[in-house]
Design a protein around this ligand. Structure first.
Ligand SMILES: O=C(CO)[C@@H](O)[C@H](O)[C@H](O)[C@H](O)COP(=O)(O)O
Ligand SMILES: [Zn+2]
Length: 196
């Protein structure tokens, strides 16, 4: 296949995935942004986690909270659980890779905080254990997922928000996750400007 054609196909598929996501995710995006806004307004923080590209997304989100997105505003409390290699390697070494996020939540999570859990498949055990640990602490969860929702779907409880991208390609889901993250950051900025 002509390589130019492949480029065109990637763009077309990404645009189509985002259009399909818009058709089903407007309400949950608003719910997620409202949960983030209410959490920081009440003194809570957002913990975020994911593997691979989703680890990058978790950090992308926390940096836009801690520093800024597009508006001048105060920094907002957020911690990506993917960044401290000493902590990550010691938990993986002493316990298991499955506990790298949940053990941090046991130490840092408080009732009224929120976990942003990111997995395109919904089947990453360390992310799913983080969801269980968050619930144990009385935290609510915003789950960014895709495909059929994986085993993550069944772990979610009332009060959680599931943003499941209706696609099967990991790359297309990740590209849409970043758009969802930017929507949430923008809506939180708007809420802070009008109510904060
Ligand atoms: O970025 C990519 C693929 O685009 C990869 O690094 C990908 O994130 C990794 O394979 C992850 O381990 C996949 O995990 P998940 O999305 O199924 O939870
Ligand atoms: Zn990727």
């Amino acid at each position: 296949m002509n390589l130019q054609t492949r480029i065109q196909q990637h763009f077309a598929a990404s645009i189509e995935t985002k259009q399909q996501a818009l058709a089903v995710l407007q309400e949950p995006i608003l719910a997620a942004a409202t949960l983030v806004f209410d959490t920081v307004q009440h003194g809570g923080k957002i913990l975020s986690c994911g593997n691979g590209g989703s680890a990058g997304d978790a950090q992308h989100f926390s940096s836009e909270m801690l520093n800024r997105f597009e508006q001048e505003r105060r920094g907002l409390p957020a911690i990506a659980l993917t960044t401290d290699t000493s902590t990550l390697t010691s938990i993986a070494n002493d316990y298991s890779y499955e506990r790298v996020f949940s053990r941090q939540i046991e130490a840092l999570g408080r009732k009224g905080d929120v976990l942003l859990a990111i997995s395109t498949s919904g089947n990453s055990t360390n992310v799913n254990r983080a969801i269980d640990a968050a619930h144990e602490c009385g935290m609510q969860v915003i789950a960014l997922s895709g495909k059929a929702g994986g085993s993550m779907k069944a772990l979610l409880q009332a009060g959680d928000v599931e943003l499941r991208v209706p696609a099967d390609s990991t790359a297309r889901i990740q590209e849409t996750h970043l758009l969802l993250i930017h929507c949430i950051c923008d809506l939180v900025d708007q809420m802070l400007l009008t109510q904060g």
